[in-house]
Design a binder for this molecule. Structure first.
Ligand code: FES
Ligand SMILES: [Fe+2]
Length: 398
């Protein structure tokens, strides 16, 4: 349970809020690059409580600027994308991707007003078919090259989930909640398809009794996070290797055949979250694949809430979405009752609180990469990390 003040501290994302200042230290995905087309080279973006406009000008420069024109605050989104910038639809002031105001058609030629009209532009980088933005203080750190975004030894696909009507932390807390899979996913599917034996056997993996859970705080060179581990009983007992939630808003979920899915939970504002998955499937023989960004398939999932108030709960993402949205747009954690199975959530909140404080004290938070030598490609090989950690612990114990 959290006090209302603590809840606000951990969930607010806007500029100037302690949580918002922390989250601004990290690159966040904005959208698949495929969304900027020659026919529509612009997009409205709502991120970390800010209204922005994203565009690609005729020269190919990508700009991410505040949505509202410096003149009289009309939305630039409805303006004209030109060779060298975006022109406001109201009186034609034009802005380059750098944010510089380069034209004010009805003002005197050498008016100082032009330099006053500069907008802040946010750095944008493209990787794995995704545009990432950085909204924090400059200089920007490096865009992390997770193996899922940087490796050439496999193929990728992108899934964009519907806008979630809830705070980002509700989604991220789920990443350190290992027991929810039993009822929310497996049991729910079993109940829906009671008479379908073939289907039931495909869900059986998640329907095994969970007999133990464990959490590990990981402090790797390039990321901090929590690895959750489940111990299954039943006919096929297993202790999972464990997969990590990466601070502040990423989950790495292993799939069959060595595939890894990176989930980003991007706060739009305190009550809305943008979620994107990038699935990376390694080649069987370890061979290199040339997959251009433009060849990465992008799939969009619809929102599962019907006009009748019923959610379509026939698959995992819809089930998770229902759970997070029905906690409330901004879950009031002063009314929760945490149990022992929630200790991963307590660990995550402690980590978040600690990193917010670090930024308040002028320090760099965990997982911000500035050394290119560390960012060639960040290995997420889960088994290897576990082994490396074990070896470090053994060395310290000696
Ligand atoms: S409001 Fe943009 S040019 Fe006037
Ligand atoms: Fe889930």
């Amino acid at each position: 349970m959290l006090t209302p003040d603590d809840n606000r501290l951990l969930t607010q994302v806007g500029p100037g809020t302690p949580g918002g200042e922390l989250l601004r230290r990290y690159w966040m995905p904005v959208c698949p690059v495929a969304e900027l087309t020659p026919e529509k080279p612009k997009k409205r973006v709502h991120m970390l409580g800010e209204d922005l406009v994203l565009f690609r000008d005729g020269k190919g420069q990508i700009g991410l600027l505040p949505e509202n024109c410096a003149h009289r605050h009309v939305s630039l989104y409805f303006g004209f994308v030109e060779e060298d910038g975006i022109r406001c639809p109201y009186h034609g002031w034009k802005y380059a991707a750098s944010g510089e105001c380069i034209e004010q058609p009805f003002e005197p030629k050498n008016s100082p007003l032009k330099s006053e009209a500069c907008l802040r532009s946010y750095p944008v980088q493209q990787l794995a078919g995704i545009l990432f933005a950085y909204l924090g203080p400059l200089p920007a750190p490096l865009l992390p090259r997770w193996e899922t975004v940087a490796s050439k030894l496999g193929t990728r696909k992108i899934t964009v989930l519907p806008k979630h009507n809830c705070n980002w932390l509700q989604a991220q807390e789920n990443s350190v909640d290992p027991v929810h899979t039993f009822y929310l996913h497996a049991h729910m599917l079993m109940e829906q398809r009671k008479n379908d034996d073939q289907f039931k056997s495909s869900v059986a993996y998640f329907h095994r009794p969970i007999e133990g859970i464990d959490f590990e705080l990981c402090r790797e060179a390039t990321w901090t996070g929590i690895r959750k581990i489940r111990e299954y009983g039943g006919a096929k007992p297993e202790r999972e290797v464990g997969h990590p939630a990466i601070f502040p808003n990423i989950l790495i979920a292993p799939q069959e055949k060595g595939a890894l899915v990176t989930h980003w939970r991007v706060p739009m504002d305190d009550e809305h979250t943008y979620i994107m998955w990038l699935e990376f499937s390694p080649t069987v023989d370890g061979s290199t694949v040339e997959q251009a960004d433009s060849d990465i398939p992008v799939n969009y999932l619809p929102h599962p809430l019907g006009a009748d108030g019923e959610y379509d709960l026939t698959d995992f993402p819809q089930q998770d979405l229902m759970a997070w949205e029905t906690q409330g747009k901004l879950f009031n954690r002063s009314r929760e009752l945490l149990g022992t199975s929630d200790r991963g959530i307590v660990m995550w909140r402690n980590l978040l609180r600690q990193q917010i404080r670090a930024v308040q004290e002028g320090k760099e938070p965990d997982g911000v990469i500035r050394d290119p030598a560390q960012n060639g490609q960040i290995d997420l090989s889960i088994e290897k990390h576990r082994q490396a950690r074990f070896e470090r612990e053994m060395a310290t114990a000696k």
